[in-house]
Design a protein around this ligand. Structure first.
Ligand SMILES: [Ca+2]
Length: 110
């Protein structure tokens, strides 16, 4: 299962290009640009499972850092500041990782 099964590659290219420069990544802007905010809960859940590479049920910091590469293999890793900001924005219960409900809420608020 690939992310390109749900999202248009033109939207992915647009979203990746929009945050090409370091420290310009914003999760909400990205989710909106890539078309994820308009997807159904089950599609958003499938994307969450792709992002959760080690299948722990959470998106941890190391997975967040490589977030963009799930959308495009050649994309850059997020900077430490971007990774921290992403975590702060999504991790509403403060456990240091993003669970399914937190991810879904973040995508829907995009
Ligand atoms: Ca994980």
């Amino acid at each position: 299962m690939a992310i390109t099964d749900f999202l248009a590659s033109s939207d992915i290219n647009f979203a990746i290009n929009a945050c090409k420069a370091k420290d310009t990544f914003s999760p909400k802007m990205f989710f909106k640009a890539v078309g994820l905010s308009k997807k159904t809960p089950s599609e958003i859940e499938r994307v969450f499972k792709i992002l959760d590479q080690d299948k722990s049920g959470f998106i941890e910091q190391d997975e967040l850092q490589l977030f963009l590469q799930n959308f495009s293999k050649g994309a850059r890793p997020l900077t430490a500041a971007e990774t921290r900001a992403f975590l702060l924005e999504g991790d509403s219960d403060g456990d240091g990782k993003i669970g399914w409900e937190e991810f879904s809420a973040l995508v829907k608020s995009s």
